[in-house]
Design a binder for this molecule. Structure first.
Ligand code: NDP
Ligand code: 2IT
Length: 448
């Protein structure tokens, strides 16, 4: 990977010093800063106006106590976060993650990535992220509801359709958005669909939002394959995770003629040589909230590999769709050795810096998360558009808009990579293209 430009290196050292212990945030910042050397040569005013320093410092960080009671009446205290990172292109926009591993460093890495991702969508949205170290696993519906109500009892005062608009992420889907929307409405006495996205279809949600991230990541890689005069048709694919993003990645790959043979959860991997039975996965994960291991109970020919490593299964296209740093340098080398020609990141920052280097050196079609998974937040912006116009669009119309957005993101990243002398390097393309738009808006808005 490129070395840090001398002028930028000092900025990075400052980020390390000012944000001790936040390793995921450091990683996300370094990856963007490594792309910016040639940009500050072309645009010296970014250094003069200290744009990079300002972009690395969230505009506002909110940390709060979330007390709730379980079904037995026992009291629990979790920590809630909302990091409002950058509002130069629009209201803060980004998901909420509920997972026991959540701490400030995770929310900041996600919020930082979100700034550039949202810029790439071409929609008027700034960057933010939030969440909690609450673990929804094994909790009853009522417990999840009480937690969401308590979380929103603090968060509501920071939200607004022109201020900050959260959505889902790991551990937050339609159920949680519903409970949070209900509590927002109750506290404020206002029916304001514009304060959250990922809503239910009968109360302000948009068709295609559920499918959007997975579909979008697949559209992105489809475009990258087209550049190489190739397609998904007949390709063997693996998709990590078995949540929202993974499920709709599998669905779109199958629609485009590919065959997904493996998916996973944090306990293990399912390998089905015949191609995954998506209806079964949806029933297990979306309806019954069970573990992926149960797939093999119905489909005896499939193999469940407890604690397995999905990246050891040979594939031509890999779509990491679970969590950060799930592909290390060794996994990346295994994928390339086994004939993988494309990697599309449905998850945020799923590849470690060592892994990214392997993919770039091998010159495979590698779509980094902030470009490849931008379809989710882009469709959230389409939901906001429909809410503002009190409108609702058809599935076909909305999906076509998503596809056009992903095609544009792909082309803009590709053209930027060419302009900066590294054609096909989507990491460079996405970082530079996402950054410049935000930087120009910040210059225009003055020193704030
Ligand atoms: P879900 O909660 O629906 O699913 C998450 C999946 O990833 C589950 O299968 C889960 O397994 C697995 N997973 C989560 N954390 C870990 C971990 N620490 N180790 C191993 N496996 C893990 O979340 P989403 O599908 O919404 O999100 C997946 C990824 O996509 C995340 O990186 C998210 O930031 C990103 N993303 C999501 C968007 C969206 O619109 N939802 C938009 C853009 C990006 P288990 O059940 O065992 O925990
Ligand atoms: O990482 C992401 O882009 C998301 N979790 C979706 C954010 C959103 O506001 O739809």
């Amino acid at each position: 990977m490129a070395k840090l430009d001398e002028k930028i290196s000092g900025i990075y050292q400052d980020v390390l010093k000012r944000n001790p212990g936040e390793t995921e945030f450091h990683q996300a910042v370094l990856e963007v800063l490594e792309s910016l050397g040639p940009v500050v040569v072309k645009h010296p005013q970014y250094l003069e106006r200290k744009i990079i320093e300002r972009i690395c410092e969230p505009e506002r960080q909110i940390i709060f106590r979330v007390p709730w009671q379980d079904d037995k009446g026992k009291v629990h205290i979790n920590r809630g976060f909302r990091v409002e990172f950058n509002s130069s292109l629009g209201p803060y926009k980004g998901g909420l993650r509920f997972h026991p591993s959540v701490y400030l460093g995770i929310i900041k890495f996600l919020g930082f990535e979100q700034i550039f991702k949202n810029s790439l969508t071409g929609m008027p949205i700034g960057g933010g992220k939030g969440g909690s170290d609450f673990d929804p696993k094994g909790k009853s519906d009522d417990e999840v509801m009480r937690f969401c109500q308590s979380f929103m009892t603090e968060l509501y005062r920071h939200l607004g359709e022109h201020t900050d608009v959260p959505a889902g992420d790991i551990g937050v889907g339609g159920r949680e958005i519903g409970y949070m929307f209900g509590q927002y409405k109750r506290i404020t006495n206002r029916y304001e669909p514009g304060v959250l996205t990922g809503k239910g279809l009968t109360w302000g949600g948009s068709l295609v939002r559920t499918e959007a991230t997975g579909y979008g990541a697949t559209f992105f890689i489809d475009e990258a394959l087209k550049v190489r005069k190739d397609s998904f048709d007949g390709k063997v694919c693996t998709v990590s995770g078995s949540g929202n993003v993974a499920i709709y990645t599998i669905e779109k790959i199958h629609q485009l003629g590919g065959k997904c043979v493996a998916c996973s959860d944090s306990n293990g991997v399912i390998y089905d040589e015949k191609g995954l039975d998506l209806e079964l996965i949806k029933q297990l994960k979306e309806v019954e909230r069970r573990r992926i291991e149960d797939y093999a109970a119905t489909h005896k020919h499939a193999k469940y590999i407890a604690k397995g490593n999905i990246w050891e299964i040979p594939c031509q296209v890999a779509m990491p769709s679970a969590t950060q740093n799930e592909i290390n340098g060794k996994d990346a080398a295994t994928l390339v050795k086994n004939g993988c020609i494309a990697v599309g990141e449905g998850a945020n920052m799923p590849t470690t810096p060592e892994g990214v280097k392997v993919f770039l050196d091998a010159k495979i079609a590698y779509g980094p998360g902030k470009a490849a998974n931008a379809g989710g937040v882009a469709t959230s912006a389409l939901e906001m558009q429909q809410n503002a116009g009190r409108d609702s669009w058809t599935f076909e119309y909305t999906e076509k808009k998503l596809q056009d957005i992903m095609c544009n993101i792909h082309n803009n990243c590709y053209e930027t990579s060419e302009e900066y002398g590294a054609p096909g390097n989507y990491v460079l393309g996405a970082n530079i293209c996402g950054f410049i738009k935000v930087a120009n808006a910040m210059v225009a808005h003055g020193l704030i």
